[in-house]
Write a protein that binds this ligand. Structure first.
Ligand code: SAH
Length: 463
């Protein structure tokens, strides 16, 4: 981090702007908005600066820059058109430990002025540390469009409510009150229309609702890796959660979207090695929800596809804990899309089967003759350990040895690798990839020759 974002209280504090042109006007306007005591140092001043001086809003020192002007200043802005003078101001300010901003010269800044979205008291500031000001500006436009004008009123109102809300004894219930307040659509409309009286009534109604926080669990599918594949509902849940219980397949990019203050509990499972037994996870979810928390159970892919989501919910249902489910993109969809292998295609496969390589006891018990039928695509989850068996059984039951196969490792991640070959090589191909990997079998695999848009498939010789 090159610059620490910091919001400064400059009210009635002396600051200096050196320069009297357009840029000085812009900076002076901001500093006057922040109610700083502004001195302008320049031999000649823009009309606007003169006018502010005449109104007594700022002080003018109409001379060349001299270092004593920095004495007692909290901040100085160097906005002259002379780089040497600007650099001198920076050096002198550094000696005095006064924050200095040299306009358009990031190397000579101990403070930078970010692009801002002002919904006072709510303020959003964006900076690229001078590296890409246009990018910061574009971001500001986007965020500006996203944030309704009434947010400032809402934040002011929240400030006024703080003392009353403190009377709600339970910390969690207080936080849930704020969550409800800021998501209250009717209140938002009332504020936007300036209906003050109605807004007060909505707030009173909200304060009078029972504040006992009631726990619940949301099972959220995190998708296969790329955070862009998380659903909007999933993101919203991650932003509201008090606690997130997640396992190994959830990518770091998705974890970074969790609300910062939320507790994160890892209950990771490695294939065949359960770090936390399923029974203990079920119990953990119950305990957390019973404490009144909003619990998110975050799982790789889709929680209802080989995710034991059903088992965890059964326990909650039996205990009467409210729950909901946000689906996710399952590994088969993610890996297929990111390796250019459509799972069905009218010329190749009219059916797709998702198959687990493990049953509860870790075995692979399948109806092999049904799986070996033609014109379908097979997708094996957790299949690496049994690749040899899958190869043998499918061939024994009539699937030709030259049927195309693909193994997708870390699908949809930046590190995604795709290894392709034929069914008769499957056991050997499985030794070339690590976990997690998905096995796709069927002639649709050949379509990747044309449709692979995400990465170079590691095609074996002979394909
Ligand atoms: N609920 C998950 C599946 C959990 S089973 C889902 O819907 O995707 C775990 C198996 O999923 C792994 O052994 C692997 O076969 C597959 N898998 C999950 N994420 C994967 C990824 N990013 N790339 C390849 N395979 C993945």
């Amino acid at each position: 981090m090159d610059f620490l974002p910091l919001f400064c209280q400059l009210q009635h504090k002396p600051v200096l702007i050196v320069g009297g042109g357009e840029v000085a006007v812009r900076k002076a306007r901001l500093l006057l908005d922040a109610k700083a005591r502004v001195t302008i140092n320049a031999p000649h001043l823009e009309h606007q600066l003169m006018s502010w001086a005449e109104q007594g809003l700022l002080t003018v020192c109409a001379a060349d820059f001299h270092p004593e002007l920095l004495d007692g200043k909290w901040l100085v802005i160097a906005a002259t058109d002379n780089p040497e003078v600007n650099h001198q101001i920076f050096s002198e300010a550094s000696l005095r430990q006064t924050f200095c901003n040299v306009v358009d010269s990031p190397a000579h800044c101990s403070a930078i002025m970010p692009a801002i979205i002002d919904r006072s008291p709510l303020m959003v500031a964006i900076s690229s540390a001078g590296a890409a000001p246009v990018l910061s500006r574009q971001l500001r436009e986007k965020i500006e469009a996203m944030l309704p004008q009434h947010l400032g009123q809402l934040a002011t109102l929240a400030g006024r409510l703080r003392e009353r809300v403190k009377l709600i004894p339970d910390k969690l219930a207080r936080r849930h009150f704020w969550e409800r307040l800021f998501r209250h659509e009717r209140l938002a409309r009332q504020l936007a229309r300036g209906q003050q009286q109605a807004a007060e009534e909505s707030i009173n109604a909200l304060l009078n609702e029972p504040q006992q926080s009631k726990g619940c669990v949301t099972l959220v599918g995190a998708g296969p890796g790329d955070a862009g594949l998380l659903t909007l509902n999933g993101l919203q849940q991650l932003q509201q959660a008090d606690v997130v219980v997640y396992d190994r397949l959830v990518s770091d990019d998705v974890l970074s979207l969790i609300r910062r203050d939320a507790e994160q509990i890892f209950v990771g499972k490695e294939a065949g090695r359960h770090c936390v037994p399923q029974q203990a996870i079920n119990q953990l979810l119950l305990d957390q929800a019973r404490q009144g928390k909003q619990v998110v159970r975050l799982k790789g892919g889709d929680p209802f596809i080989f995710g034991r989501g059903g088992e965890e919910l059964e326990t909650l249902a039996e205990a009467g804990i409210p729950f909901s489910v946000v689906p996710g993109i399952t590994a088969a969809s993610g890996c297929a899309a990111y390796s250019g292998i459509p799972l069905t295609h009218r010329d190749h496969a009219q059916r797709v089967q998702f198959i687990t390589g493990h049953d509860k006891e870790g075995n692979i018990a399948q109806e092999w003759s049904a799986l070996a039928a033609p014109r379908q695509t097979l997708v094996f989850y957790m299949g690496l350990a049994h690749a040899g068996r899958i190869q043998d059984e499918l061939q024994t039951h009539g699937l030709p040895g030259h049927t195309p196969v693909a193994l997708v490792e870390q699908g949809t991640h930046l590190q995604q690798r795709v290894v392709r070959g034929e069914l008769q090589q499957l056991a050997q191909l499985a030794t070339q990839v690590g976990s997690p990997s998905l096995i796709i079998i069927g002639s649709v695999v050949t379509l990747a020759d044309k449709l692979d848009w995400y990465g170079e498939a590691n095609t074996l010789a002979g394909m």
